[in-house]
Design a protein around this ligand. Structure first.
Ligand code: DGY
Length: 318
């Protein structure tokens, strides 16, 4: 019987589809990744692995699993995977595009509004019993309506975010490797990275992490942004030089930041962002609606079944 390893405790009803024809080993933890040693041990005779972003798929892992046919990553991003090594070992890599687009764009939009309108600060004050009364500028934030919004990375999530701006009469700018028809149709304008930074009141990072985009948001980038600007990141933490962003927030170089992703996750109490004002920090929940997570799990499982049954993967990473 072919063996499938699932590196986190996912929906048992979805796993049940696999149990009929395959041996399935599940790491029964919800928030803790499978320790590397256990991962290597468990997968050495596996034919398929359903992985999370936190599992590193590299040469060591692939060389250790000679029967492996497919790694189905429960994410649209795949920066945890060495694609060249997978290609060398003839292992198919699949991800979960499309099914999480709207959910992730929705969170990005929420983050922008929350950051602009000081929603978390206001809630914190009230919950602490510290609301001393109404006053004209109390918790006065900034409007999103009518502002310039810059999107770094105009893939499907960037475009879904841009679509949501249509009710806000926004001026939409974007920076991307190439023109996006979907963005152009919304009246968005392709600009240089520098123009995006200079002109935007809100800058959203929705790009995949590559060598080219890594640490793109550094001190120099934050210095070019407006002092009133907010930075929102739903891409990957490593797009940002985190110490530089902490400094930009502390010194008032930019007005606020809302982040769902961090370079090393999870971050702890000693992280430079913790305790800073004007920061909305979320624990990587971009695609976290129950329906979307179930759709992502189903897609991974269907990809695995296709490949192990000799078919074609549904969403291969090229
Ligand atoms: C992704 O799919 O890449 C997300 O970051 C996971 O929620």
């Amino acid at each position: 019987m072919k063996k499938i390893v699932i590196t986190r405790n996912i929906n048992p009803d979805i796993i049940a589809k696999l149990r009929k024809d395959f041996e399935v080993a599940v790491w029964e933890e919800d928030q803790k990744p499978m320790p590397r040693g256990k991962f290597l041990e468990e997968t050495k005779d596996a034919h398929a692995v359903l992985t999370m972003l936190s599992d590193k798929i590299d040469e060591e892992f692939l060389a250790n699993a000679p029967d492996l046919k497919i790694v189905a990553n429960l994410a649209v991003g795949f920066d945890n995977i060495d694609l060249e090594a997978a290609h060398r070992h003839e292992v198919v890599i699949t991800n979960t595009p499309d099914v999480l687009t709207e959910t992730t764009a929705e969170l990005a939009f929420t983050m922008m509004l929350v950051s602009a309108r000081k929603v978390l600060e206001a809630n914190k004050e009230l919950m602490a019993g510290e609301w001393s009364g109404w006053s004209p500028y109390h918790m006065a934030g900034t409007d999103v309506f009518g502002k310039t919004v810059g999107i770094f990375g105009m893939g499907s999530i960037g475009a879904a975010f841009a679509r949501r701006l249509s009710g806000f009469k926004s001026n939409i700018l974007y920076h991307n490797r190439s023109e996006s028809e979907a963005a152009n149709a919304l009246g968005a304008k392709l600009v240089s990275f520098e123009e995006l930074l200079r002109e935007s009141d809100f800058v959203l990072c929705a790009a995949p992490l590559t060598e080219e985009t890594k640490h793109k948001f550094d001190r120099e980038a934050f210095e070019q942004m407006k002092e009133s600007a907010h930075f929102i990141n739903i891409g990957r933490g490593a797009h940002v030089v985190e110490d530089d962003l902490a400094e930009a927030i502390k010194s008032g170089k930019i007005a606020g930041a809302a982040l769902d992703v961090f370079e090393n996750e999870p971050i702890g109490a000693d992280h430079p962002f913790i305790g800073l004002d004007n920061m909305t920090l979320l624990p990587h929940i971009g695609s976290a609606s129950v329906a979307t997570r179930n759709n992502m799990m189903n897609l991974c499982v269907n990809n695995i079944m296709e490949v192990l049954n000799g078919g074609t993967p549904i969403t291969p990473v090229k």
